[in-house]
Design a protein around this ligand. Sequence first.
Ligand SMILES: [Zn+2]
Length: 400
Amino acid sequence: MPAKGDTPETKLLSGTWNMFRPVFPLLIFLLAITNCPAAWQVIMAEGRRHVPIEDVSRFYQLPKPIKNGRFFEIIGKGRKIRGEIGKREIFINNVKYVLCFPIRERNGSILISAMDVTKIIEPVMRPSLIKNAAPIRTVILDAGHGGHDSGAKGSRGIEKEAALDVVLRAKRLLEQSGYTVHLTRSRDVFIPLEDRAAFANKFPGAIFVSVHFNKSSSGGATGIETFALAPRGVPSMDEENFSYSDLKQHRGHARDSENIALATALHSSMLRQMRLFDRGIKRARFVVIRDIAIPGVLLEGGFMNHPVDGRLIASSQYRDAFARAILEGVSRYRSALSGRRDYQEPSAVASATDKSSVPNLTPAVSATGVPSSLNEAVQRAAEEIKKKAAEKPSPTPNAN
Ligand SMILES: [Zn+2]
């Protein structure tokens, strides 16, 4: 962690070239925009480059943002981008992204960091423009944990077994659709994280999908989340403060754009197929997504120790839904990159962000047979558990 008083901003601004490098690609991006009718208005806020959301609308040829107090929305051409001043999240076609930095306001303008424009909005809005992204036919599936490392435990099962089962189901579906699949483990065996990354790096044209389930200390947390590697210079997860490792260059950074496009395709497919609470697309520096040379994400398919999630995770219907989400997400990613739609309904969405990719979150009976009131049930159960947890001391936190 930086010493007190030595803020990340002062480091980034007054520091050496090395410290400046994280923002260099943003400059390139902003300078390279030639099809924009007017230059981006770059505004410094909190020591970082930001742009007004009006510039985002104009650049992507969308209608002007609609502002309502702290909220804004950009709607048009099958796209919907919405956010709120002060929040470190944005919704693109109803998929939630945890931003690199919060949305700010300066002199009546709503600002988004240039880092977030380059690292989230651009690859999500125009995945077909991602450089060097080859159409993939090979998928590396990574079942989390194994052997003596059980991962998260719930009353109805353990993470290592559920993850392997989902991976084996996804492998079958992917192979039936013509993909080549390699597994980091196909049985209950312990494999160090570094070895998993090294294995993935043997397949240069592939993508990497790591399958996990979560656990919360209170037992009250629910929902699905997807992790993509935090870009260099961006704090990971919910942290706003920098640490030294945030500034290090990792192998996975060469794939920042593909990583967020892959996360988008898989996460929105998970929302559609699994119908659990959306915890969003987040950033982290887990070894398996940090040290790989190919695009990769880590999926968390629910909480083992949540009563509703745990029951679903134990069911074969939910595991099938997870496997279908992986197939659909991989196919959508492939199509989004190629700019083509090369598969049929029901997984039909050409681009990770086109109109038909908006997850349908309207109440309905899901593919898993879970009633439409699932989300409310989840919330109620969560509230009850929170109440109970407040009455007794929490168990040890788990870092799965
Ligand atoms: Zn795990």
